[in-house]
Design a protein. Structure first.
Lengths: 264, 253, 357
């Protein structure tokens, strides 16, 4: 059995295959006593694109940091493609879960784009032509081929965000986790990123307050509120449920009606 | 000042000096300065010869003389110190234009000026012909502790980001009508400095998370192994070797 | 004040280079300890891997903050040197490391400070400044009552002493390996006189900055971590009660009071000593000046004054500076005593702890 190399789309509908991500009973309190998660349960099948919605302070970032084992030690379990997060699996989990952080400047810490994209695969032991090919492929996927030798701070914000996505894609992850991918992007960069994400053959969990973007990209949405999953369903239905939205401090932009907005 | 500051000295080019592996250039510049510093100050001609050597390197690297001379201004505080020396140093004295000057002090001033200037010129040539990234790789190749090189490369990477944050804070202060004019405004500036520290430190924590998320376990993968062949070594070491010859002549003549 | 090439002779440059390399090597180990902490993953990664990004960002901060201009008056302005600030905010080892990296990069990238003088510059500006500042800071925090104001006060004194301490260190290096035989008294007077003024600015800025950090993220002030740790609460029958304080070390319980008393005694003694030193120095200004007179510097200064050159007031400055430097020697004496004292205490306490175990 080799879940990594299995074709992505065929298994999406197969209930027997291990889910890309399975979170059950996850609870966590920070060392200072503040409890952020109170028993989170959900499952993301392979190839799905899911939006994780929630107001500020709902525990979204805490949840994300559990997905690759940066935080842990509370109750509950996280499994990635059948592999429990934590302990001896940590290195493999971090290769399979690609997190794109909110500020691309935090993510792009190497002096050049090429070295940054190569960082993850190189840390996993890849070297030589294989590494070079991996870097080239990841940059091509986000339309940033040819920028290899640029220093990250000479790129525009949108370009930096795309390179940040490439740094993670270079690790060929099982699941791509994006933290506020559309923040600070102008409409053109926003659309470019959406096109890129739609074209990827990978499971996506997108953490965002940008509800139209969630509707545009993700057929399914989860609402995280006060440390638990408060709703789980088709994105259009969730956004259309006024009572639910109000209860969890989610607001649509002025003039935006999810029932009318055209699905792509 | 500020962004771009970190790259002001580098002048892109494809000359022989530019393409030498960085660790060779670092070694050559350092050896050259060591030789210069070890030269007896009385061998005035030797310093002229060193200047000619550096001039030749600058010509090969196509670094314009104006650029090189302009950068020497960094020395000005020490020039002031050197000018004082003939007045304050002890020993035998000579009268020049009605002033009594110490012979020893004059030699001292010459010594500091000549060696300091040559040192700055050598460093400027190094920085003008070597990219930041290459310099870091060179330091790594010269067996500097890897952790130190990592710290230096993070400093280079985020120096501009933080200087930018500082500039935005200044603009924010000015937009609200604040203009620091004297000591009584230091409190506000220090608050900005404190905020800048907190932001820097928190960014450090976030960068660490991003690194760990991509499998960082304490060491950076070395991707560009810079190697040098014998021809490059002999090319790079020509400068300090010539300098050493001059230095030895300076001691014996 | 970056020393260029040729200012200090080759042997001493090499010697300080070795010293600086040693200090950096020790700091590389120490910094791992100082920057450890924070949430460790379930895999239990060692904290050491946080060192590079955190120290790198702090170095970038120091580099940036040195560009922040603090206007003094009439168009002049000063800026922070940062050694004391780094020591107090991130600990002495990380401080040494960060300032050293800043100096290294300034030397290589901006030709600021000679390549062969790197050892002198690191020893002087990274090591001496940081160690003196941290020693004084910790010493004062121990004797002063707990509280935020004590921490900023201690930061003020620590930064105030650290700058002239660097000037003293420079003078010593110059005495051993200077390439011109300017009378030592002259160098000391000029260096220390100027650096006392710089030290005052440094002290004000450092104290204000530490205060600003303390107000928002007290946990980030390394030198005051143990003072700002919050008390844990427990929920008992619906009410919040203070968690019992962790049991104090069995040995430390009784000696704690006496150790505090010892600290205060030590500080008072060194202050009294310092008073004597400065009194002696100002009562006998010729102690330093005699050397200068023997070398004919005074005459030069007088001729100079009559020559109406821009340096005319040098002779006048001389006398007042002698008193200033005398008083200063006292202040530095206190700093040195506190540092030495803490070192002795630390060694003694460790020995006692190891005997007890």
């Amino acid at each position: 059995m080799d879940p990594v190399n299995a074709p992505v789309n065929d298994t999406a509908t197969d209930p027997a295959a291990p889910a890309s991500l399975e979170v059950s009973g996850l609870a966590f309190a920070y060392p200072d006593g503040h409890q952020a998660l109170f028993g989170v349960d959900f499952r993301v099948a392979r190839g799905e694109r899911v939006a994780l919605l929630g107001p500020n302070g709902a525990g979204k970032t805490t949840l994300v940091l559990h997905l690759n084992g940066i935080l842990g030690g509370g109750a509950g379990t996280v499994t990635v493609a059948g592999l429990p997060v934590g302990g001896r699996n940590t290195a493999e989990i971090r290769r399979r879960v690609g997190i794109v952080f909110q500020d691309p400047d935090d993510q792009l810490f190497m002096p050049t784009v090429r070295e940054d994209v190569a960082f993850g695969p190189a840390a996993a032991g890849l070297r030589g032509p294989e590494l070079r090919e991996r870097v080239g492929r990841a940059l091509d996927l986000v339309g940033m081929g040819g920028f290899e030798d640029r220093p990250p701070h000479h790129l525009s914000f949108g370009q930096r965000r795309r390179v940040a996505v490439a740094t993670v894609l270079a690790m060929e992850p099982e699941i791509l986790v994006l933290d506020e991918p559309s923040s600070n992007l102008d409409p053109a960069s926003r659309r470019e990123l959406a096109d890129i994400l739609r074209g990827l053959d990978v499971t996506v969990l997108m953490v965002t307050h940008d509800l139209p973007y969630a509707l545009e990209l993700c057929p399914r949405a989860l609402v995280l509120s006060e440390g638990v999953i408060a709703a789980d369903g088709p994105t259009a239905e969730i956004l259309g449920d006024d009572a639910l939205m109000r209860a969890h401090r989610l607001e649509l932009p002025f003039g935006f009606d999810p029932r009318v907005a055209g699905r792509p | 000042m500020g962004a771009g500051h970190a790259h002001r000295l580098y002048r892109p080019g494809g000359s022989g000096v530019h393409t030498l592996p960085p660790h060779l250039k670092l070694t050559a510049a350092f050896a050259f300065v060591v030789v210069v510093v070890s030269t007896p100050r009385e061998a005035v001609w030797a310093f002229a010869a060193y200047a000619v050597l550096l001039g030749a390197v600058a010509a090969v690297a196509r670094v314009p003389a104006g650029f090189l001379l302009g950068r020497l201004l960094i020395e000005v505080p020490f020039v002031a110190f050197a000018v004082l020396m003939p007045f304050v140093a002890g020993g035998e004295r000579v009268g020049v234009l009605g002033l009594s000057l110490s012979v020893n002090g004059l030699w001292g001033a010459w010594n500091v000026l000549a060696k300091g200037t040559l040192g700055v010129a050598a460093s400027v040539l190094l920085a003008a012909t070597t990219e930041l990234r290459a310099l870091l790789l060179g330091l790594q190749r010269l067996r500097l502790p890897p952790l130190l090189v990592q710290i230096a490369s993070f400093m280079i990477r985020y120096g501009d980001v933080i200087a930018d944050e500082m500039r935005r804070m200044r603009i924010a202060r000015q937009s609200r009508g604040f203009e620091a004019r004297g000591v009584r405004h230091w409190g506000v500036l220090a608050k900005s400095a404190g905020a800048l520290f907190i932001r820097s430190y928190e960014r450090g924590e976030r960068v660490h998370l991003a690194m760990v998320s991509r499998g960082y376990t304490g060491s950076m993968p070395v991707l560009d192994e810079v190697r040098a062949d014998r021809a490059q070594w002999s090319c790079a070491l020509a400068l300090p070797a010539a300098a050493l010859l001059i230095c030895l002549l300076g001691w014996t003549l | 004040m970056h020393v260029p090439d040729g200012f200090i002779n080759a042997p001493l440059s090499a010697a300080t280079g070795v010293l600086a390399a040693g200090a950096v090597a020790v700091s590389l180990r120490g910094a791992r300890r100082e920057l450890a902490g924070g949430p460790a993953g379930p895999g239990g990664e060692p904290g050491g891997e946080r060192t590079a990004p955190l120290a790198g960002l702090v170095a970038a901060f120091i580099f940036a903050v040195q560009m922040l201009n603090f206007p003094v008056a009439a168009g002049t302005s000063g800026h922070l040197l940062g050694g004391a600030l780094a020591a107090i905010l991130v600990g002495p080892c990380t401080g040494i490391l960060c300032v050293s990296v800043v100096l290294l990069m300034q030397g290589i990238l901006f030709a600021d400070g000679g390549l062969t003088a790197l050892g002198v510059n690191i020893t002087d500006m990274a090591v001496v400044t940081t160690v003196v500042a941290y020693g004084v800071f910790r010493g004062l925090v121990k004797v002063l009552p707990r509280g935020r104001r004590s921490i900023t006060g201690a930061a003020f004194v620590a930064a105030l002493l650290s700058v002239p301490a660097a000037a003293v260190a420079f003078t010593l290096i110059y005495a051993l390996g200077g390439t011109t035989d300017v009378a030592l008294g002259k160098v000391a007077t000029a260096m220390i006189g100027v650096h006392v003024l710089i030290g005052i600015g440094e002290a004000v800025i450092t104290a204000l900055t530490v205060g600003a950090v303390l107000a928002v993220r007290p946990d980030l002030v390394h030198g005051a971590r143990d003072l700002t740790r919050p008390r844990l609460k427990l929920r008992v029958d619906g009410d919040l009660v203070d968690a019992p304080a962790p049991a104090p070390e069995p040995v430390a319980a009784a000696p704690r009071a006496s150790r505090r008393a010892l600290w205060i005694t030590g500080l008072v003694t060194s202050l009294v000593l310092a008073g004597f030193v400065s009194f002696y120095a100002s009562a006998n200004p010729d102690g330093l000046e005699k050397v200068a007179a023997d070398h004919g510097i005074d005459r030069a200064a007088e001729e100079h004054a009559s020559a109406d050159s821009p340096l005319a007031d040098y002779g006048v400055k001389d006398v007042s500076d002698a008193r200033l430097s005398g008083g200063l020697a006292g202040v530095i004496g206190v700093g040195a005593t506190v540092v030495t004292g803490s070192a002795v205490f630390w060694v003694l306490r460790r020995r006692r702890a190891s005997e007890a175990s």
